[in-house]
Design a protein around this ligand. Sequence first.
Ligand SMILES: Cc1cc2nc3c(=O)[nH]c(=O)nc-3n(C[C@H](O)[C@H](O)[C@H](O)COP(=O)(O)OP(=O)(O)OC[C@H]3O[C@@H](n4cnc5c(N)ncnc54)[C@H](O)[C@@H]3O)c2cc1C
Length: 488
Amino acid sequence: MLLPFDPTESHTAEYDLCIVGTGPAGITLALELANKGLQILILEAGGLDYTAESQDFYECESVGHEGWPKLTRLRFFGGTSNHWSGRCRPFDASDFNRPSVNSLPGWPIDYSELDKYLAPAMKIIDIDDSGGFKPISTTTFDGHFYPDKSAQSPPTRFKEKYIDEIKNNPNIHCFYNATAVDLGLDSHHISVQSILVRHYNGGQTQFKAKTFILALGGIENPRLLLNCKSQIKEGLGNSHDMVGRCFMEHLNVSLGSFIYKNPDQSSQMQFYTDAQFSNAYDIGQSNVTLSIVKTVKSYGRTRAIKNFFKNLACEMELSEKIDYLSDFKCPGMGNISTLMEQSPNLHSRVMLSAQRDAMGLQRAKFDWQLNDYDRNTIKTIGQQFAKDFQKAGLGNVKLENFVIQASDENTIKFSRHAHHMGTTRMSILPAHGVVDENCKVHGLDNLYIAGSSVFSTGGACNPTMPIIQLCLRMVDHLVKKSTFPVKT
Ligand SMILES: Cc1cc2nc3c(=O)[nH]c(=O)nc-3n(C[C@H](O)[C@H](O)[C@H](O)COP(=O)(O)OP(=O)(O)OC[C@H]3O[C@@H](n4cnc5c(N)ncnc54)[C@H](O)[C@@H]3O)c2cc1C
Protein backbone atom coordinates (compact mmCIF):
# COMPACT_ATOMS: atom_id res chain seq x y z
CA MET A 1 0.00 0.00 0.00
CA LEU A 2 1.31 3.45 -0.97
CA LEU A 3 -0.61 6.48 0.30
CA PRO A 4 -0.17 10.19 0.94
CA PHE A 5 0.14 10.77 4.68
CA ASP A 6 -3.03 12.14 6.29
CA PRO A 7 -2.21 13.48 9.78
CA THR A 8 -5.89 13.57 10.80
CA GLU A 9 -6.04 9.75 10.77
CA SER A 10 -4.92 7.93 13.88
CA HIS A 11 -2.60 4.94 13.59
CA THR A 12 -2.86 2.59 16.54
CA ALA A 13 -1.36 -0.56 14.99
CA GLU A 14 2.14 -1.53 16.05
CA TYR A 15 4.28 -2.48 13.06
CA ASP A 16 7.12 -4.99 13.27
CA LEU A 17 9.43 -2.45 11.69
CA CYS A 18 9.37 1.21 10.79
CA ILE A 19 11.81 2.25 8.03
CA VAL A 20 12.34 5.95 7.45
CA GLY A 21 13.49 7.01 3.96
CA THR A 22 12.96 5.46 0.50
CA GLY A 23 16.43 5.75 -1.06
CA PRO A 24 18.39 2.62 -2.04
CA ALA A 25 18.84 1.75 1.65
CA GLY A 26 15.20 2.14 2.76
CA ILE A 27 13.67 0.40 -0.26
CA THR A 28 16.11 -2.53 -0.12
CA LEU A 29 15.37 -3.09 3.58
CA ALA A 30 11.60 -2.72 3.19
CA LEU A 31 11.20 -5.19 0.34
CA GLU A 32 13.54 -7.79 1.79
CA LEU A 33 11.92 -7.67 5.24
CA ALA A 34 8.34 -7.55 3.92
CA ASN A 35 9.10 -10.63 1.81
CA LYS A 36 10.07 -12.40 5.05
CA GLY A 37 6.53 -11.78 6.32
CA LEU A 38 7.17 -8.79 8.60
CA GLN A 39 4.68 -5.91 8.77
CA ILE A 40 6.55 -2.86 7.54
CA LEU A 41 5.79 0.84 7.85
CA ILE A 42 7.73 3.10 5.47
CA LEU A 43 7.83 6.86 5.97
CA GLU A 44 9.04 9.16 3.20
CA ALA A 45 9.34 12.90 3.79
CA GLY A 46 9.00 13.91 0.14
CA GLY A 47 6.27 13.22 -2.38
CA LEU A 48 6.38 10.96 -5.42
CA ASP A 49 8.18 13.63 -7.45
CA TYR A 50 10.62 16.46 -6.91
CA THR A 51 9.23 19.62 -5.34
CA ALA A 52 11.11 22.76 -4.31
CA GLU A 53 9.09 22.76 -1.07
CA SER A 54 10.48 19.39 0.00
CA GLN A 55 14.01 20.01 -1.31
CA ASP A 56 14.24 23.18 0.82
CA PHE A 57 14.49 20.94 3.91
CA TYR A 58 17.94 19.91 2.61
CA GLU A 59 19.22 23.49 2.79
CA CYS A 60 22.21 23.56 5.18
CA GLU A 61 24.30 26.21 6.84
CA SER A 62 27.68 25.49 5.25
CA VAL A 63 30.77 26.61 7.21
CA GLY A 64 33.61 24.41 5.93
CA HIS A 65 34.61 23.37 2.41
CA GLU A 66 31.81 23.66 -0.11
CA GLY A 67 30.18 20.25 -0.58
CA TRP A 68 26.87 21.45 -2.12
CA PRO A 69 24.79 19.53 0.45
CA LYS A 70 21.46 20.76 -0.94
CA LEU A 71 22.24 19.80 -4.55
CA THR A 72 23.90 16.45 -3.88
CA ARG A 73 20.79 14.77 -2.45
CA LEU A 74 17.16 14.41 -3.54
CA ARG A 75 14.30 14.48 -1.06
CA PHE A 76 11.46 12.48 -2.63
CA PHE A 77 10.45 8.87 -3.23
CA GLY A 78 13.55 6.95 -4.39
CA GLY A 79 15.86 9.46 -2.71
CA THR A 80 19.18 10.35 -4.32
CA SER A 81 18.95 7.30 -6.61
CA ASN A 82 16.76 9.58 -8.75
CA HIS A 83 19.99 11.14 -10.03
CA TRP A 84 22.91 8.90 -9.11
CA SER A 85 25.34 7.87 -11.88
CA GLY A 86 25.54 4.13 -11.19
CA ARG A 87 29.30 3.56 -10.90
CA CYS A 88 29.92 0.64 -8.56
CA ARG A 89 33.06 -0.76 -7.01
CA PRO A 90 33.19 -3.01 -3.95
CA PHE A 91 35.33 -2.29 -0.90
CA ASP A 92 38.69 -4.07 -0.77
CA ALA A 93 39.43 -6.61 1.95
CA SER A 94 42.34 -4.36 2.95
CA ASP A 95 39.87 -1.53 3.79
CA PHE A 96 38.73 -3.66 6.72
CA ASN A 97 42.21 -4.43 8.09
CA ARG A 98 43.41 -0.91 8.60
CA PRO A 99 45.06 0.28 11.77
CA SER A 100 43.61 3.34 13.53
CA VAL A 101 43.53 6.56 11.55
CA ASN A 102 43.61 9.87 13.46
CA SER A 103 43.36 7.74 16.66
CA LEU A 104 40.04 6.30 15.49
CA PRO A 105 39.70 2.54 14.90
CA GLY A 106 38.64 1.30 11.46
CA TRP A 107 35.84 -1.14 10.65
CA PRO A 108 35.11 -3.54 13.53
CA ILE A 109 33.92 -6.25 11.10
CA ASP A 110 35.74 -8.34 8.54
CA TYR A 111 35.32 -7.77 4.80
CA SER A 112 33.80 -11.26 4.43
CA GLU A 113 30.75 -9.84 6.28
CA LEU A 114 30.02 -7.67 3.24
CA ASP A 115 31.43 -9.83 0.50
CA LYS A 116 28.83 -12.55 1.00
CA TYR A 117 26.12 -10.02 0.04
CA LEU A 118 27.89 -8.78 -3.11
CA ALA A 119 26.02 -10.94 -5.65
CA PRO A 120 22.49 -10.15 -4.34
CA ALA A 121 23.38 -6.44 -4.04
CA MET A 122 24.52 -6.42 -7.68
CA LYS A 123 21.18 -7.95 -8.69
CA ILE A 124 19.23 -5.23 -6.89
CA ILE A 125 20.99 -2.55 -8.93
CA ASP A 126 20.92 -4.51 -12.19
CA ILE A 127 24.60 -5.36 -12.53
CA ASP A 128 25.14 -8.57 -14.44
CA ASP A 129 26.77 -10.93 -11.95
CA SER A 130 28.64 -12.83 -14.66
CA GLY A 131 30.05 -9.58 -16.07
CA GLY A 132 31.52 -8.67 -12.68
CA PHE A 133 33.90 -5.80 -12.21
CA LYS A 134 36.07 -5.06 -15.22
CA PRO A 135 39.04 -2.74 -15.66
CA ILE A 136 38.37 0.31 -17.88
CA SER A 137 41.83 -0.13 -19.36
CA THR A 138 44.29 -2.97 -19.03
CA THR A 139 47.44 -0.83 -19.20
CA THR A 140 49.73 -1.90 -16.38
CA PHE A 141 53.05 -0.57 -15.17
CA ASP A 142 55.51 -1.39 -12.39
CA GLY A 143 54.88 0.61 -9.27
CA HIS A 144 52.14 1.25 -6.79
CA PHE A 145 48.98 1.35 -8.93
CA TYR A 146 46.99 -1.31 -10.78
CA PRO A 147 44.08 -1.07 -13.25
CA ASP A 148 40.92 -0.23 -11.31
CA LYS A 149 37.85 -2.40 -11.77
CA SER A 150 34.29 -1.14 -11.68
CA ALA A 151 30.83 -2.03 -12.94
CA GLN A 152 27.99 0.13 -14.14
CA SER A 153 24.42 0.03 -12.86
CA PRO A 154 22.08 1.33 -15.66
CA PRO A 155 21.73 3.38 -13.19
CA THR A 156 18.83 1.79 -11.34
CA ARG A 157 16.26 4.39 -10.28
CA PHE A 158 14.70 2.88 -7.17
CA LYS A 159 11.41 4.73 -7.66
CA GLU A 160 10.86 3.49 -11.22
CA LYS A 161 11.98 -0.05 -10.53
CA TYR A 162 10.42 -0.71 -7.14
CA ILE A 163 7.38 1.56 -6.65
CA ASP A 164 4.85 -1.00 -7.90
CA GLU A 165 6.33 -3.73 -5.72
CA ILE A 166 5.94 -1.47 -2.71
CA LYS A 167 2.40 -0.48 -3.72
CA ASN A 168 1.32 -4.10 -4.18
CA ASN A 169 3.08 -5.73 -1.23
CA PRO A 170 0.42 -6.62 1.38
CA ASN A 171 3.00 -6.38 4.19
CA ILE A 172 3.98 -2.78 3.44
CA HIS A 173 2.26 0.45 4.42
CA CYS A 174 4.20 3.31 2.82
CA PHE A 175 3.26 6.94 3.51
CA TYR A 176 4.78 9.85 1.60
CA ASN A 177 4.74 13.56 2.52
CA ALA A 178 5.53 12.12 5.97
CA THR A 179 8.56 13.76 7.63
CA ALA A 180 9.95 12.03 10.72
CA VAL A 181 10.57 14.75 13.31
CA ASP A 182 11.07 12.95 16.63
CA LEU A 183 11.45 9.53 18.20
CA GLY A 184 9.72 8.72 21.50
CA LEU A 185 11.67 6.65 24.04
CA ASP A 186 10.49 4.56 26.98
CA SER A 187 10.96 5.96 30.48
CA HIS A 188 14.40 4.27 30.84
CA HIS A 189 15.57 5.74 27.54
CA ILE A 190 16.69 2.38 26.20
CA SER A 191 14.17 1.68 23.45
CA VAL A 192 12.27 3.66 20.86
CA GLN A 193 8.51 3.25 21.15
CA SER A 194 7.07 5.67 18.63
CA ILE A 195 7.90 8.06 15.83
CA LEU A 196 6.36 11.50 15.41
CA VAL A 197 5.55 12.32 11.80
CA ARG A 198 4.66 15.74 10.45
CA HIS A 199 2.88 16.80 7.25
CA TYR A 200 3.74 19.96 5.29
CA ASN A 201 0.40 21.41 6.48
CA GLY A 202 1.60 21.30 10.09
CA GLY A 203 -0.54 18.29 11.12
CA GLN A 204 1.24 15.43 12.87
CA THR A 205 0.65 12.01 14.31
CA GLN A 206 2.55 9.15 15.95
CA PHE A 207 3.24 5.66 14.64
CA LYS A 208 4.36 2.67 16.72
CA ALA A 209 6.74 -0.14 15.83
CA LYS A 210 8.88 -2.76 17.54
CA THR A 211 12.04 -1.74 15.68
CA PHE A 212 13.03 1.46 13.85
CA ILE A 213 15.56 2.01 11.04
CA LEU A 214 16.69 5.43 9.87
CA ALA A 215 17.76 5.43 6.20
CA LEU A 216 17.91 9.17 5.52
CA GLY A 217 21.38 9.56 3.99
CA GLY A 218 24.69 10.69 5.50
CA ILE A 219 23.59 14.19 6.48
CA GLU A 220 19.97 13.64 7.59
CA ASN A 221 20.70 10.53 9.70
CA PRO A 222 22.81 12.55 12.20
CA ARG A 223 20.57 15.62 11.80
CA LEU A 224 17.47 13.71 12.92
CA LEU A 225 19.32 12.02 15.81
CA LEU A 226 20.54 15.42 17.01
CA ASN A 227 17.09 16.99 16.60
CA CYS A 228 15.49 14.23 18.75
CA LYS A 229 16.13 16.03 22.01
CA SER A 230 12.68 16.14 23.59
CA GLN A 231 13.81 13.49 26.11
CA ILE A 232 17.64 13.57 25.92
CA LYS A 233 19.08 17.01 25.42
CA GLU A 234 22.18 15.96 23.45
CA GLY A 235 20.06 13.90 21.02
CA LEU A 236 19.88 10.15 20.48
CA GLY A 237 22.97 7.93 20.40
CA ASN A 238 25.09 10.91 21.29
CA SER A 239 26.29 10.13 24.81
CA HIS A 240 29.89 10.46 23.58
CA ASP A 241 29.31 13.45 21.32
CA MET A 242 29.98 11.33 18.22
CA VAL A 243 26.78 11.90 16.22
CA GLY A 244 27.63 13.89 13.08
CA ARG A 245 31.41 13.71 13.56
CA CYS A 246 33.82 12.18 11.03
CA PHE A 247 31.95 13.39 7.95
CA MET A 248 33.89 11.98 4.98
CA GLU A 249 33.60 12.59 1.25
CA HIS A 250 35.59 11.09 -1.58
CA LEU A 251 38.00 13.75 -2.73
CA ASN A 252 37.86 14.69 -6.38
CA VAL A 253 41.34 16.20 -6.79
CA SER A 254 42.63 17.53 -10.11
CA LEU A 255 46.21 16.32 -9.68
CA GLY A 256 47.42 17.82 -12.96
CA SER A 257 47.69 16.98 -16.65
CA PHE A 258 49.54 14.39 -18.71
CA ILE A 259 50.73 13.47 -22.17
CA TYR A 260 50.18 9.81 -22.99
CA LYS A 261 52.43 8.20 -25.59
CA ASN A 262 49.80 5.76 -26.83
CA PRO A 263 46.68 7.90 -27.28
CA ASP A 264 44.91 5.58 -29.71
CA GLN A 265 44.54 2.82 -27.14
CA SER A 266 41.67 4.12 -24.98
CA SER A 267 39.89 7.29 -23.99
CA GLN A 268 40.20 6.66 -20.26
CA MET A 269 42.52 4.81 -17.93
CA GLN A 270 41.70 4.18 -14.29
CA PHE A 271 44.18 2.98 -11.68
CA TYR A 272 43.90 2.10 -8.00
CA THR A 273 46.42 2.34 -5.19
CA ASP A 274 48.15 -0.80 -4.08
CA ALA A 275 47.18 -1.48 -0.42
CA GLN A 276 50.79 -2.18 0.60
CA PHE A 277 51.79 1.25 -0.68
CA SER A 278 48.96 2.98 1.20
CA ASN A 279 49.78 1.12 4.40
CA ALA A 280 53.51 1.78 4.11
CA TYR A 281 52.98 5.54 3.68
CA ASP A 282 49.99 5.66 6.07
CA ILE A 283 47.71 7.32 3.54
CA GLY A 284 44.22 6.71 2.12
CA GLN A 285 43.36 4.71 -0.99
CA SER A 286 42.55 6.27 -4.33
CA ASN A 287 41.22 5.76 -7.80
CA VAL A 288 43.30 7.79 -10.28
CA THR A 289 41.53 8.52 -13.58
CA LEU A 290 43.25 9.72 -16.76
CA SER A 291 40.80 11.12 -19.29
CA ILE A 292 42.52 11.14 -22.66
CA VAL A 293 41.62 13.64 -25.36
CA LYS A 294 41.09 11.76 -28.65
CA THR A 295 40.57 14.69 -31.01
CA VAL A 296 40.80 18.45 -30.68
CA LYS A 297 37.34 19.93 -30.16
CA SER A 298 36.09 23.49 -30.54
CA TYR A 299 32.65 24.99 -30.47
CA GLY A 300 30.84 27.98 -32.02
CA ARG A 301 30.76 29.55 -35.45
CA THR A 302 34.55 29.75 -35.74
CA ARG A 303 34.91 26.07 -34.86
CA ALA A 304 36.62 25.08 -38.15
CA ILE A 305 39.28 27.76 -37.95
CA LYS A 306 39.90 27.14 -34.23
CA ASN A 307 40.30 23.42 -34.92
CA PHE A 308 42.77 24.17 -37.71
CA PHE A 309 44.98 26.30 -35.44
CA LYS A 310 44.73 23.92 -32.50
CA ASN A 311 45.65 20.91 -34.66
CA LEU A 312 48.54 22.89 -36.14
CA ALA A 313 49.74 23.81 -32.64
CA CYS A 314 49.53 20.19 -31.57
CA GLU A 315 51.47 18.98 -34.60
CA MET A 316 54.19 21.60 -34.04
CA GLU A 317 54.28 20.75 -30.31
CA LEU A 318 53.46 24.35 -29.50
CA SER A 319 50.40 23.68 -27.39
CA GLU A 320 52.05 24.46 -24.05
CA LYS A 321 53.51 27.70 -25.38
CA ILE A 322 50.18 29.04 -26.55
CA ASP A 323 48.33 27.64 -23.56
CA TYR A 324 47.97 31.14 -22.14
CA LEU A 325 46.05 32.28 -25.22
CA SER A 326 43.70 29.35 -25.41
CA ASP A 327 43.46 26.55 -22.83
CA PHE A 328 43.14 23.28 -24.72
CA LYS A 329 44.55 19.77 -24.91
CA CYS A 330 45.98 17.92 -27.91
CA PRO A 331 45.12 14.27 -28.64
CA GLY A 332 46.88 12.07 -26.10
CA MET A 333 46.82 14.77 -23.44
CA GLY A 334 44.33 15.04 -20.63
CA ASN A 335 43.62 15.74 -16.99
CA ILE A 336 44.14 13.49 -14.01
CA SER A 337 41.30 13.28 -11.49
CA THR A 338 40.74 11.11 -8.46
CA LEU A 339 38.21 9.46 -6.19
CA MET A 340 40.35 9.60 -3.06
CA GLU A 341 39.74 8.37 0.46
CA GLN A 342 39.30 10.97 3.19
CA SER A 343 40.21 9.97 6.72
CA PRO A 344 37.71 9.94 9.60
CA ASN A 345 38.33 13.25 11.39
CA LEU A 346 36.44 14.44 14.47
CA HIS A 347 36.53 18.05 13.22
CA SER A 348 34.80 17.32 9.92
CA ARG A 349 31.18 17.16 10.95
CA VAL A 350 27.44 17.71 10.66
CA MET A 351 26.00 19.72 13.54
CA LEU A 352 22.76 21.58 14.19
CA SER A 353 22.40 25.14 12.96
CA ALA A 354 20.47 27.82 14.83
CA GLN A 355 18.41 28.19 11.62
CA ARG A 356 15.18 26.19 11.45
CA ASP A 357 13.26 24.60 8.58
CA ALA A 358 9.54 25.10 7.90
CA MET A 359 8.65 22.31 10.36
CA GLY A 360 10.66 23.91 13.14
CA LEU A 361 13.58 21.44 13.10
CA GLN A 362 17.11 22.83 13.29
CA ARG A 363 18.80 22.73 9.92
CA ALA A 364 22.11 20.92 9.45
CA LYS A 365 25.29 22.92 9.92
CA PHE A 366 27.71 21.33 7.49
CA ASP A 367 31.42 21.67 8.30
CA TRP A 368 33.51 19.63 5.84
CA GLN A 369 37.19 19.71 6.83
CA LEU A 370 40.40 18.14 5.55
CA ASN A 371 43.40 17.53 7.81
CA ASP A 372 47.16 16.84 7.49
CA TYR A 373 46.50 13.14 6.92
CA ASP A 374 44.33 13.97 3.88
CA ARG A 375 46.80 16.52 2.53
CA ASN A 376 49.54 13.92 2.78
CA THR A 377 47.33 11.40 0.96
CA ILE A 378 46.82 13.85 -1.92
CA LYS A 379 50.51 14.74 -2.26
CA THR A 380 51.92 11.24 -1.84
CA ILE A 381 49.54 9.71 -4.37
CA GLY A 382 50.01 12.54 -6.88
CA GLN A 383 53.81 12.46 -6.67
CA GLN A 384 54.10 8.66 -6.72
CA PHE A 385 51.71 8.32 -9.65
CA ALA A 386 53.70 10.85 -11.71
CA LYS A 387 56.96 9.04 -10.91
CA ASP A 388 55.63 5.57 -11.75
CA PHE A 389 53.89 6.70 -14.95
CA GLN A 390 56.99 8.45 -16.26
CA LYS A 391 59.39 5.70 -15.18
CA ALA A 392 57.32 3.18 -17.13
CA GLY A 393 57.79 5.30 -20.26
CA LEU A 394 54.05 5.83 -20.71
CA GLY A 395 54.30 9.59 -20.96
CA ASN A 396 54.78 12.72 -18.89
CA VAL A 397 52.82 14.16 -16.01
CA LYS A 398 52.63 17.82 -15.06
CA LEU A 399 51.44 18.05 -11.47
CA GLU A 400 49.60 21.02 -9.99
CA ASN A 401 51.81 23.12 -7.73
CA PHE A 402 49.84 22.21 -4.62
CA VAL A 403 50.76 18.52 -5.14
CA ILE A 404 54.47 19.30 -5.19
CA GLN A 405 54.94 22.23 -2.83
CA ALA A 406 54.17 22.60 0.85
CA SER A 407 50.59 23.79 0.77
CA ASP A 408 47.93 24.69 3.25
CA GLU A 409 44.33 23.59 3.04
CA ASN A 410 43.29 26.66 1.08
CA THR A 411 45.61 26.10 -1.86
CA ILE A 412 44.55 22.50 -2.50
CA LYS A 413 41.96 22.36 -5.26
CA PHE A 414 39.43 19.61 -4.77
CA SER A 415 35.78 18.94 -5.16
CA ARG A 416 33.22 16.40 -3.92
CA HIS A 417 31.75 13.18 -5.32
CA ALA A 418 28.40 13.50 -3.47
CA HIS A 419 29.24 10.56 -1.18
CA HIS A 420 28.27 11.44 2.40
CA MET A 421 29.87 9.03 4.85
CA GLY A 422 30.95 8.43 8.43
CA THR A 423 28.57 10.60 10.48
CA THR A 424 27.14 7.68 12.51
CA ARG A 425 30.22 5.50 12.17
CA MET A 426 30.39 1.84 13.17
CA SER A 427 32.52 1.06 16.22
CA ILE A 428 32.75 -1.42 19.05
CA LEU A 429 32.83 1.34 21.67
CA PRO A 430 30.43 4.30 21.81
CA ALA A 431 33.47 6.54 22.37
CA HIS A 432 34.51 5.89 18.75
CA GLY A 433 31.21 5.85 16.92
CA VAL A 434 27.43 5.77 16.95
CA VAL A 435 26.39 2.27 15.83
CA ASP A 436 27.65 -1.18 16.81
CA GLU A 437 28.72 -4.03 14.49
CA ASN A 438 25.06 -4.66 13.59
CA CYS A 439 24.32 -1.00 12.79
CA LYS A 440 22.28 -0.68 16.00
CA VAL A 441 22.67 2.64 17.79
CA HIS A 442 24.86 2.22 20.91
CA GLY A 443 22.76 2.35 24.07
CA LEU A 444 19.38 1.85 22.35
CA ASP A 445 17.74 -1.58 21.98
CA ASN A 446 15.82 -1.17 18.76
CA LEU A 447 17.12 1.76 16.70
CA TYR A 448 19.22 0.96 13.61
CA ILE A 449 20.92 3.14 11.01
CA ALA A 450 21.27 2.25 7.33
CA GLY A 451 23.39 4.02 4.72
CA SER A 452 26.92 5.29 4.27
CA SER A 453 26.78 7.27 7.52
CA VAL A 454 27.75 3.97 9.22
CA PHE A 455 30.99 3.58 7.21
CA SER A 456 33.92 3.51 9.64
CA THR A 457 36.26 4.38 6.78
CA GLY A 458 35.28 5.17 3.21
CA GLY A 459 37.89 3.42 1.04
CA ALA A 460 37.92 4.69 -2.53
CA CYS A 461 34.83 2.88 -3.76
CA ASN A 462 31.44 4.31 -4.65
CA PRO A 463 29.15 3.89 -1.66
CA THR A 464 25.77 2.71 -2.95
CA MET A 465 26.52 -0.96 -3.58
CA PRO A 466 28.21 -1.35 -0.14
CA ILE A 467 25.18 0.43 1.40
CA ILE A 468 22.98 -2.28 -0.12
CA GLN A 469 25.37 -5.04 1.02
CA LEU A 470 25.14 -3.68 4.58
CA CYS A 471 21.32 -3.51 4.35
CA LEU A 472 21.13 -7.16 3.30
CA ARG A 473 23.37 -8.03 6.22
CA MET A 474 21.06 -6.05 8.52
CA VAL A 475 18.06 -8.03 7.21
CA ASP A 476 19.74 -11.30 8.23
CA HIS A 477 20.56 -9.86 11.64
CA LEU A 478 16.99 -8.65 12.24
CA VAL A 479 15.51 -11.93 11.09
CA LYS A 480 17.87 -13.87 13.39
CA LYS A 481 17.00 -11.82 16.44
CA SER A 482 13.32 -11.56 15.55
CA THR A 483 10.78 -12.70 18.13
CA PHE A 484 7.99 -12.91 15.53
CA PRO A 485 7.50 -15.64 12.91
CA VAL A 486 9.48 -14.99 9.75
CA LYS A 487 9.66 -16.77 6.41
CA THR A 488 13.19 -17.97 5.75
C1 LIG B 1 24.90 13.38 -8.76
C2 LIG B 1 25.17 12.15 -7.93
C3 LIG B 1 25.80 11.05 -8.52
C4 LIG B 1 26.07 9.92 -7.74
N1 LIG B 1 26.66 8.85 -8.36
C5 LIG B 1 26.95 7.74 -7.65
C6 LIG B 1 27.60 6.63 -8.26
O1 LIG B 1 27.93 6.65 -9.45
N2 LIG B 1 27.83 5.54 -7.49
C7 LIG B 1 27.48 5.46 -6.18
O2 LIG B 1 27.71 4.44 -5.54
N3 LIG B 1 26.85 6.52 -5.57
C8 LIG B 1 26.59 7.64 -6.26
N4 LIG B 1 25.95 8.70 -5.66
C9 LIG B 1 25.56 8.57 -4.23
C10 LIG B 1 24.22 7.81 -4.09
O3 LIG B 1 23.19 8.56 -4.67
C11 LIG B 1 23.96 7.58 -2.59
O4 LIG B 1 25.01 6.76 -2.09
C12 LIG B 1 22.65 6.83 -2.33
O5 LIG B 1 21.54 7.46 -2.90
C13 LIG B 1 22.42 6.77 -0.80
O6 LIG B 1 21.26 6.04 -0.54
P1 LIG B 1 20.45 6.23 0.83
O7 LIG B 1 19.23 5.40 0.71
O8 LIG B 1 21.37 6.00 1.97
O9 LIG B 1 20.08 7.81 0.88
P2 LIG B 1 19.17 8.69 -0.09
O10 LIG B 1 19.16 8.11 -1.45
O11 LIG B 1 19.64 10.08 0.05
O12 LIG B 1 17.70 8.55 0.51
C14 LIG B 1 17.29 9.18 1.72
C15 LIG B 1 15.76 9.23 1.76
O13 LIG B 1 15.34 9.73 3.03
C16 LIG B 1 14.26 10.65 2.84
N5 LIG B 1 14.22 11.54 4.03
C17 LIG B 1 15.13 12.48 4.39
N6 LIG B 1 14.78 13.05 5.57
C18 LIG B 1 13.64 12.45 5.97
C19 LIG B 1 12.82 12.55 7.14
N7 LIG B 1 13.11 13.39 8.15
N8 LIG B 1 11.70 11.76 7.23
C20 LIG B 1 11.40 10.87 6.24
N9 LIG B 1 12.16 10.71 5.12
C21 LIG B 1 13.27 11.48 4.99
C22 LIG B 1 14.63 11.34 1.53
O14 LIG B 1 13.53 11.98 0.94
C23 LIG B 1 15.15 10.16 0.71
O15 LIG B 1 14.11 9.47 0.06
C24 LIG B 1 25.69 9.86 -6.38
C25 LIG B 1 25.06 10.98 -5.80
C26 LIG B 1 24.81 12.11 -6.56
C27 LIG B 1 24.17 13.29 -5.92
